[in-house]
Design a protein around this ligand. Sequence first.
Ligand code: IVH
Length: 661
Amino acid sequence: MSSTQSRIEQLRKQLNDANYRYYVLDQPTISDEKYDALFKELLELEKAHPEYLDLASPTQKVGGPPLDKFSKYRHREPMLSLQNIYSSEELTDFYDRWAAVIGNDFSIVGEPKFDGLAIELVYENGLLTVASTRGDGETGENVTENVKTIRSVPLKLRGDYPSLLEVRGEIIILKEDFEKLNRDRVKNEEPLFANPRNAAAGSIRQLDPKITAKRHLDLFCHSIGKIEGARFKTQWELGELFKDWGLRTHSLKKKLHSQSEIQKFFTEVEEQRESLPYEIDGIVLKVNEMKHQRELGFVARSPRWAVAYKFKAQEGVTLLKDVHFQVGRTGVVTPVAVLEPVWIGGVEVKSATLHNEDQIKALGIKIHDTVVVKRAGDVIPNIQSVITEKRTGKEKTIHFPKHCPSCKDAVVTSDDEVAHRCINVACPARLAETLKHFASKRAMNIEGLGDKWIDILLEKKLIHHFSSLYDLTPELLQTLERQGERSAQKLCDAIQKTKSNTLDRFIFALGIRFVGERTAELLALHFGTLNKFLNASEAELLHVEEVGEKVASAILQFISDKKNRNEIERLIEKGVRPKSIQAHGGTTLQGKTFVITGTLPSLSRDEAANLIRSHGGKVTGSVSKNTDYLVVGEDAGSKLTKARELGVKELSEEGLKALVR
Ligand code: IVH
């Protein structure tokens, strides 16, 4: 074996071991930085030595090219469901039925019931060959490429693995990632995921594995389908074998010997529910001994030897008292349900979102209806359904207002979106939201100027747009109730301090439609100064990465609006001077424009773009005569043709790296 080959194998082993220690043993041994460094070294070696390709290498977890659609996959053994119970009485019934068949000498394995997406992984001779969704239980979808990107899914089993293993588990998304995903969807005006399970499912059912790879999904293994070449007598032993084979199981698992032990475990797990980083909705109880499992067998679509003991739903039934309409920063009018207060999972719920008119129609909901309200994690409560049996005939249809609830201007709708909008830019409701956004942490970051303050200042007519914030003086603030000298001074200082914020923050703070933090940063990097940004042409905007026609047109609309221009002028008069930001790293690519096409061997497109930007270069989405270089990966399409027509220089990933060096 050559020394390169042995280094490659050593790296693969080190990385696999690191994943195993991290996910399965829960004992991380190396830092993320070290992991990344080893990963990078391996990528480079594999690239230089394609002869040592191994499809089970940890580098294969980055996600292949997009698919057109998922193919169907038939499970060797059907994927069943579990019967549910909800009370200790139902538990007694179940327990007694078990005892009637298998006697009293049995134990139970209890573990959390994950609220995720059921998945089956097939390992043939230790290699992951297929991953599929449950589908109708008989046939699911082949989502192998996506599942491969999940870090806790081993591509190759460890130790003394069976020749065939169909392992089943749950793919979950962290609550925090779920919330971030929804925040992004709000920003992009896309429909929200109702719960983490839908978000996990949506992430796995992405045709582009690279999108799945970004979603931080995780896997917990809990059961099997067909298995050949392994011996075990109990469910518990099987769980231990999972670990030996490198498959992640949950540590919150316990062997139980009586109903009272089960009940205690149920309570323990329920107490931990809120603090777990992902959603669970109960516990699963499985008869431990395989011989007993065989004796108990199956009923219809469920095993008789297992049951899901569900937590009390995070749901409540209450009355819809009224619907209020809120106007957001972009003018979208959102219906908010006003509820008769109800306690759900230890929290008093008084309102819920109704999203938009489509949602109201889909629910068929009316004012005075009795409704089922659900809390999913820390998300705004949702109305699940209407209990139509409880109708009295006095219910009232919900009408969307024809006029903005705040400024009374006409509300408009358009064919291409469900939203109702107030298009008056001077609308007070929009203004409040606009100012809150401007001051918020991720925008201008005016410390101490929270939402409440803005409401007060607006009410007292002390502010009416961004620039008036900079006119506030401690004396003025002190005229407000309960406002001490020191804190008034502090707030004014905090406001003044933001005059020298960076350009990216400033652009983001303006609240231009579709311009999130990242786009603002790209715009700031591209244009360098506020003045250049304000005078951008459409063509120039389209040259900024991630700026497509929709975004460019929103920016143009904003910067060509007279009122907006005047307001920015006033900000400058008050001394606001957004600082240009420097790409980190260097300036070797300064003034050069790049386009990336196709799949690069080791860098993702984002990584390549970041590399270019961090050395002062520009990355744009389409080839034109202004393009200096086209970075070409595998399966390059029309961009390459165009670049050749225009005589644009071509670069490989290696070439790009060399240029940077
Ligand atoms: S054992 C019936 N254990 O719940 C097959 N299932 O309604 C035995 N689930 O689709 C499954 N957490 O994917 C088992 N700890 C756990 C589970 C679990 C969630 C899912 C499972 C199945 C559904 C059953």
